[in-house]
Design a protein around this ligand. Structure first.
Ligand code: PHB
Length: 391
């Protein structure tokens, strides 16, 4: 089966496998159904792109066991248990929802299984609930949104209304923005948290924003909810009157073309856009597009960098759960997003944030970078990182 997977990746041909080649069993824990299904698919495609591109740098073979978390914390916890106890994986990667990450944290920490987070931004997982077994290669919810508070204030915006789904990520993303916007002198004139995965009609919330006296609206929505929200914001007639801002997942390259012209002019901030002008990104965009027929999103890059981090850890000599956990925390490389490193105080990634506007391009909508804001490590948020696990 492992050979079959390698062959499918095109890695086996022409590579002399030593008799002692190490087998690494990877559990991919992702939503393949529900509002975040497209995100899970893009992360998986990014992960396998990295194995194809960098796998031959090590003699190890990588076997993937994939499990669908849906967007349901109890389902995800059951799947994590299965991967750890039954499949006996060496490492887990994936996890899209902050709620799911909160649910599986104690299980992976207690079992001592390394987890490479490939999306979920849950601040607590690299804050008070941090673990030497959890390394995040994606972003934290606060990290993506804090820079935008100051940036919007600097653009002259003083009164903002916020909206987000009512779960950990929605609350933490908005908190990050509010912290810096109010510290700069801005005012939050109203807030709503909409029932997660249940809200079809955002009209009543938009009506509240309209009558609030706000000069702009700042939101976090992702996946299927982002598509509906952006379309409804435009058809409600709010876009011209109340400019729409948010964290960049709102207008992700993964689904911006499903939003269509409604997304034009929306300004958001994120740690990756496919238009980043660098050789490492050009190479990634080319490899990913050749494989999937679409440009990579931030989700694809999380999967790609998680796969690459795993290979780097194996190249550094890691062989089992403990040594993998230890090596993963020390990974650093230049990737499609720029220079990446892991903050040893929290195990969260340190990376720059890009403010971008969604604009019409020659091939549909594209991302125009307006500002690159410097990389900044998260505050430790109560993380007391245990001494590195022994090798
Ligand atoms: C999260 O739940 O942490 C989350 C989900 C989707 C995103 C970003 C963050 O696009």
């Amino acid at each position: 089966m492992k050979r079959a997977f390698l062959a499918a990746l095109g890695l086996a041909t022409g590579f002399a496998m030593p008799a002692t080649a190490q087998d690494i069993k990877v559990g991919l824990l992702l939503p393949f159904s529900g509002v975040y299904a497209a995100l899970g698919n893009d992360i998986e495609a990014g992960f396998t792109t990295a194995l194809e591109q960098f796998g031959s740098e090590t003699a190890a073979t990588f076997e993937i066991v994939r499990e669908d978390t849906e967007v349901k914390p109890p389902v995800a916890l059951a799947k994590a248990k299965k991967l750890i106890l039954q499949d006996k994986v060496d490492v887990i990667s994936g996890i899209v929802s902050s709620g799911v990450l909160g649910a599986v944290r104690d299980m992976v920490h207690g079992a001592g299984v390394p987890l490479i987070v490939a999306n979920a931004g849950n601040d607590e997982a690299t804050g008070e609930a941090c673990s030497p077994y959890i390394t995040r290669m994606s972003f934290s919810n606060g990290q993506v949104n804090r820079p935008m508070g100051q940036w919007m204030y600097d653009q002259g915006i003083r009164k903002v209304y916020t909206l987000a789904p009512d779960y950990a990520a929605g609350r933490q993303m908005i908190d990050g923005f509010v912290q810096t916007f109010t510290a700069a002198g801005g005012e939050i004139v109203g807030q709503d948290f909409t029932p997660f995965q249940k809200t079809q009609d955002f009209g009543p919330y938009m009506a509240q924003a309209k009558s609030s006296g706000a000069e702009a609206v700042f939101v976090f929505y992702a996946g299927g909810e982002a598509i509906s929200f952006v379309k409804q914001y435009d058809s409600f007639g709010l876009k011209a009157e109340l400019p729409l801002y948010g964290s960049g997942f709102l207008t992700s390259s993964l689904y911006v073309n499903a939003q269509g012209p409604a997304a034009e002019g929306v300004i958001t901030a994120l740690h990756y856009v496919p238009t980043i002008d660098s050789p490492a990104n050009a190479q990634f965009v080319e490899a990913f597009t050749a494989k999937t027929g679409r440009v990579p999103s931030e989700f694809a890059v999380h999967g790609y960098d998680a796969g690459r981090a795993l290979i780097e850890a194996v190249k550094a000599g890691a062989t089992d759960r403990e040594s993998l956990a230890n090596a993963l925390r020390q990974v650093r490389f230049d990737g499609p997003r720029g220079a990446l490193s892991i903050d040893p105080a929290t195990n969260n990634i340190v990376q720059p944030i890009y403010v971008y506007e969604t604009v019409a391009g020659t091939d549909g909508l594209t991302q125009k970078v307006l500002a690159e804001l410097p990389a900044e490590a998260d505050p430790v948020n109560g993380c007391e990182m245990a001494a590195p696990v022994s090798n």
